[in-house]
Design a binder for this molecule. Structure first.
Ligand code: NAI
Length: 327
């Protein structure tokens, strides 16, 4: 059988960690033929809770789980790792300004980028989930100069899945019938789900819905879904976020279906006018473990305005972390 793949999860004792680890260990992320070793990185006060989660992982007797390491040391956590899921982040506290938030996250993602650079395996793939995910991913990537930039990514897949589900409901079709969805830009309220290029039954979704629904229902529903879930559940989305992380890595490793694509936050090469180096949501295919930005899509005036607005926010965040000396 194959040797185990080391998977590092930061924030392992948190909500998303609890929804994520069991699915990784059961084989849903890397597939039924790939054993895994889990490395759980937490801050010192949360190590005990991480140990509790590890006890439950033991009690599942997952045949694919070959070992669990728990640590508060980033260097140890990322040593030899092939998949890094950076979930732990500093949430925005009451009255916290954006600069404070970015500085606090810089203190997390800079050393983690350095530890990945120092010790991760040659085939390392990094997914940043912790918010602000795109900019945290940019911080980590900037401190891992020896790792190819395209091995870093940011999670836009939850936004993508939310858009698929809303469109499927609206058109009365299965989510599997909705293809070629893209959520452009930042994982924030400015994100733009593109229904012009998305397809159902071989036709653009935008041709099958009213522009009014697209603008006044779909876009705000997807953008504000996180808040709606907190409101309903009394806690933030964790299972769906963990599911999106599983989907993201599964697609990255196993590829996208012929003719379709997905959304991932990846480093811009300047495509579609997104400044080079930003971590932005793009339409991407995956093949042989590599993302590729889909080229040549038609971007109409409405889409252009929305994409530009979200990308401007990414530029602002990049300028802010540059000003703070974080990159
Ligand atoms: P949580 O607060 O339940 O868990 C976060 C965990 O991270 C805590 O256990 C904390 O101790 C740990 N942590 C903090 N600093 C750390 C460090 N330096 N190293 C290792 N661990 C550290 O939060 P939850 O619900 O699990 O969410 C995690 C993050 O994911 C949040 O930033 C949230 O905003 C983000 N998120 C992103 C989504 C996306 O679509 N990109 C969707 C949903 C959540």
């Amino acid at each position: 059988s194959k040797p185990p793949v080391k998977v590092t999860v930061t924030g392992a004792a948190g909500q998303i960690g609890y929804a994520l680890l069991f699915r990784i260990a059961s084989g849903q992320m890397l597939g039924p033929d790939t054993p895994v070793t889990l490395s759980l990185l937490e801050i010192t006060p949360a190590l005990k809770a991480a140990e509790g989660t590890a006890m439950e992982l033991d009690d599942c007797a997952f045949p694919l789980l070959s070992g669990i390491e728990i640590t508060d040391n980033a260097t140890a956590a990322f040593d030899g790792t092939s998949i890094a899921l950076l979930v732990g982040a500093r949430p925005r506290g009451p009255g916290m300004e954006r600069g404070d938030l970015l500085a606090a996250n810089g203190g997390i993602f800079k050393p983690q980028g350095q530890a990945i650079n120092a010790g991760a395996a040659d085939d390392i793939k990094v997914l940043v989930v912790g918010n602000p995910a795109n900019t945290n991913s940019l911080i980590a990537r900037s401190h891992a100069p020896d790792v190819p930039a395209d091995r870093f990514s940011a999670m836009m897949r939850l936004d993508h899945n939310r858009a698929l589900s809303q469109v499927a409901k609206k058109l009365g079709v299965s989510v599997a019938d909705v293809t070629n969805m893209t959520v452009w830009g930042n994982h924030s309220a400015t994100q733009y789900p593109d229904l012009f290029n998305a397809r159902v039954g071989g036709r653009s979704v935008a041709e099958q819905v009213e522009q009014e629904w697209l603008e006044s229902t779909l876009i705000p529903t997807v953008a504000k879904r996180g808040a709606a879930i907190i409101d309903a559940r009394g806690a933030s989305s964790a299972a769906s976020a963990a599911n999106a992380a599983i989907d993201h890595i599964h697609t990255w490793v196993h590829g996208t279906p012929e003719g379709d694509w997905t959304t991932a936050g990846v480093v811009s090469d300047g495509s579609y006018g997104v400044p080079e180096g930003l971590m932005s949501g793009f339409p991407v295919t995956a093949e042989n473990g590599q993302w590729k930005i889909v080229q040549g899509l038609d971007i109409n005036e409405f889409s252009r305005g929305r994409i530009d607005k979200s990308v401007a926010e990414l530029v602002d965040e990049r300028d802010a972390i540059t000003g703070l000396g974080l990159i």
